[in-house]
Design a binder for this molecule. Structure first.
Ligand code: ADP
Ligand code: MG
Length: 701
């Protein structure tokens, strides 16, 4: 394999430990101890001016005193000495750096300045650096055996690449991995990510044949756009699992629009991860649960689950858990049921869940599971075993494994057994992933089926592009320096972007309003326009279904009165065509200071507040992403039309999302767009936005 940028860090032939120590409680001792104790296959050079030898290794007073070339330097000296040491490393020709020392951007501006200088130095020298403020790096490859961490727990070889932003959590992760018998290819604690980021690690593992699953514990995204780009590509080849913690204060924002109020930092992260096929686990425990299955199981072709059990109660729990996760229960064919009937006892249930009853032994498990997996209606299986009196759970788990290996569908085992059992099977290879309860197993099945669907999804090479007059749009938006643009400017912008609108006129006087209504044709809708009036119907500024001049005149009087009473100054009116029928939906754009524009779609009008049934998407937004957003709302069935009602034009809804994505991309002055409601009928002729607002401002606002 060709040399990759991070190879000097992961696979060095020689390591200098700058700040190695003989004080047992120091990190410099633990790290050297781990390197030696895990039998690093290369040469180790401790550097410490105060010692002749450390850990039975000859010790050098300075880096320069080492007579041999050094691939990797691990730095554990006090913060104020780090810069000098790194400069010495550059002079020595070191190829990779791990800076364990803390006291950089995590402690404030002074530390951040130190960190900037450090980054400049390594970037100028073309050296890659992990840290600072990190716990180090592990590579379990037998030809390397590198443990350059101060963690007390070693890692076993395996198939998972793990990167943790937090060092403390890194120690915990290694402990849990050890407990569960999970092996890793490489482990990285990134610390402050001054140079090497999670994105670099994704690229490092992308083509690493040993690393079959990538796990990340993240607290922040340095460059979300680049993450999206890389993750979209990598997830086609291997799964990425992320635990993301930490809601940022930046996520709290002005909530004057619905889109802004419904979007939070966490929502953005979820949308982003989902759009690049990354699986999000809620906890480290769940992450390892999913990991074990991804390493050992093939991906399912769908989401239909077959359950095999020796007890009724757990099967009911399992069924509930699967349904709650949104999975489907497989329907077994007549042939499968007859086959099962031929060897299972008469009291057994041959419908899904298949209950073999308590007398089931290893052989019943083998035959039943084989029959269930061979049913074309089953995509994956959960096999439950409540420890029976006669059969050994280990035997049962082994036959489940044998049957699973001979089929190409995922099989998870739920073994309700003792700790001794779990301890005894931990290190047996080739067993199916085992869980103590059906609920985590159901969650794992869901994530497996999601990832399976992602891998099958067609690849979109290009984003759709629409022909739009962006100079004109920029000019309209430019009329407002900061805040909401005039309602008519908002409508014009949307019109220029090809978004269907209810016909409208702006009127300054009652006479103009009556003329406008004649032009548009009754029935019409009247909306008072006033500065800073955002939620119009709240102050009685909207009057719908006005049928003639008399209605309209009366509406002008009423709106003026109530809007004035609410403390606003009426500047004029919008007269609008009265749109009839269609489903009220909402489209929106909001901007996250870190993630950029975020698109929203959901049920609109009064439903927004009550159900908050919306989905978010990030840029770049592809056709499939848009379709996922529209189809992904809980109320999608409503949009398809229930009880004889006409459905909404779904492809038009997707197109509008894509048009808004282009608007957000090309006009970064846009802070927020709210189209609420958009009345969505069965085709383009019966679809129109009736209310829209756009807020603009500087990108830093
Ligand atoms: P706001 O959201 O500021 O209160 P809207 O312009 O959205 O004001 O109007 C409130 C409600 O009135 C909408 O949710 C919609 O149900 C109805 N409505 C507004 N304009 C029209 C229209 N042109 N045709 C039909 N219904 C309308
Ligand atoms: Mg509205």
């Amino acid at each position: 394999m060709k040399q990759r940028p991070l190879d000097p860090i992961f696979s060095p032939a020689s390591i200098a430990v700058v700040g190695a120590s003989r004080r047992r409680e120091s990190l410099g001792f633990s790290l050297l101890h781990n390197l030696v104790g895990n039998e690093f296959t290369g040469a180790i050079y401790p550097v410490n001016p105060e010692a002749k030898a450390l850990h039975s290794l000859k010790c050098y007073p300075t880096l320069q005193a080492i007579p041999d070339p050094i691939d990797l330097a691990v730095i554990l000296v006090p913060r104020q000495l780090v810069q000098g040491m790194v400069e010495q490393c550059v002079a020595k020709g070191v190829k990779g750096l791990i800076v364990i020392s803390a006291g950089f951007s995590e402690i404030g501006e002074e530390g951040a300045e130190r960190e900037r200088k450090l980054r400049e130095t390594v970037r100028a020298a073309g050296i890659r650096m992990i840290g600072p403020n990190c716990m180090g790096v592990i590579n379990t490859a037998p030809e390397i055996r590198l443990d350059a961490t101060f963690a007390p727990t070693p890692a076993r070889p395996g198939a998972i690449g793990f990167v943790s932003q937090s060092g403390a959590l890194g120690v915990a992760i290694l402990n849990v991995a050890q407990d569960l018998g999970i092996g890793l290819t490489q482990f990285v604690s990134m610390g402050n990510k001054a140079d090497v980021s999670g994105n670099d690690l994704l690229e490092h593992w992308e083509d690493d044949p040993e690393t079959r699953v990538i796990c990340m514990y993240l607290e922040s995204f340095g460059n979300p756009r680049r993450f999206t780009e890389i993750a979209k590509r990598v997830t086609r080849k291997k799964p990425i699992l992320v635990v993301k913690s930490g809601r940022t204060a930046e996520g709290a924002r002005a909530a004057s629009s619905h889109t802004g109020a419904l979007a939070g930092a966490d929502v953005t992260v979820s949308a982003l991860l989902e759009q690049c096929g990354v699986l999000r686990a809620n906890t480290i425990e769940e992450l390892f649960d999913v990991c074990r299955a991804l390493v050992r199981c093939p991906l399912p072709d769908g989401n239909r689950v077959g359950i095999v059990t020796n007890a009724g109660g757990p099967a009911i729990m399992a069924t509930d858990a699967c349904i709650n996760q949104g999975l489907r229960m497989a329907e077994l064919s007549d042939a499968t049921r007859q086959g099962l009937r031929s060897f299972l006892p008469a009291e057994a249930s041959v419908n899904n869940p298949v209950d073999m009853i308590a007398s089931a032994n290893a052989d019943s498990y083998a035959r039943t599971l084989a029959a269930v997996l061979d049913d074309p209606g089953v995509d994956m299986a959960m096999v439950i075993n409540v420890t029976p009196v006669l059969a050994s759970p280990t035997d049962i788990l082994e036959v489940i494994g044998e049957v699973a290996r001979s089929r190409s569908k995922p099989v998870l085992a739920v073994m309700m057994a003792t700790d001794e059992f779990y301890e005894s099977v931990k290190h047996i290879r080739d067993l199916p992933p085992v869980y103590r309860f059906p609920e985590p197993a159901a969650r794992v099945l869901l994530l497996l089926s999601r990832y399976g669907a992602w891998v099958r999804r067609p690849i979109e090479e290009t984003e759709p592009e629409f022909d739009t007059d962006d100079a004109e749009v920029a000019a309209l938006l430019g009329r407002t320096a900061e805040g909401y643009v005039e309602p008519e400017d908002a409508f014009r912008v949307l019109d220029l972007y090809g978004i269907p609108l209810a016909r409208w006129r702006r009127a300054s006087t009652a006479e103009e309003a009556l003329e406008a209504a004649q032009e548009i044709g009754y029935p019409v809708v009247l909306k008072a326009v006033a500065p800073d009036l955002v939620h119009k119907s709240d102050v009685g500024a909207v009057q719908v279904d006005l049928r003639d001049d008399r209605d309209l005149t009366e509406a002008i009087r009423r709106t003026t009165e109530s809007v004035t009473r609410a403390g606003h100054r009426v500047e004029g009116w919008l007269v609008q065509e009265m749109a009839k029928g269609g489903h009220e939906v909402i489209f929106g754009i909001t901007t996250d200071p870190r993630f950029g524009p975020l698109l929203m779609f959901g049920l609109g009008g009064k439903y927004v507040e009550v159900f908050q049934d919306v989905r978010f998407g990030v840029l770049p937004l592809g056709r499939t992403d848009a379709l996922d957003m529209v189809r992904g709302i809980r109320g999608f069935k409503l949009l398809q039309g229930v009880r004889g009602e006409a459905g909404a034009d779904v492809s038009l809804l997707c197109e509008i999302l894509l048009r808004l994505a282009q608007l957000a991309e090309r006009h970064p002055r846009i802070r927020e767009v709210d189209i609420n409601p958009f009345l969505a009928g069965p085709d383009r002729a019966h679809a129109r936005a009736v209310d829209a607002r756009i807020r603009v401002g500087d990108a830093t606002a």
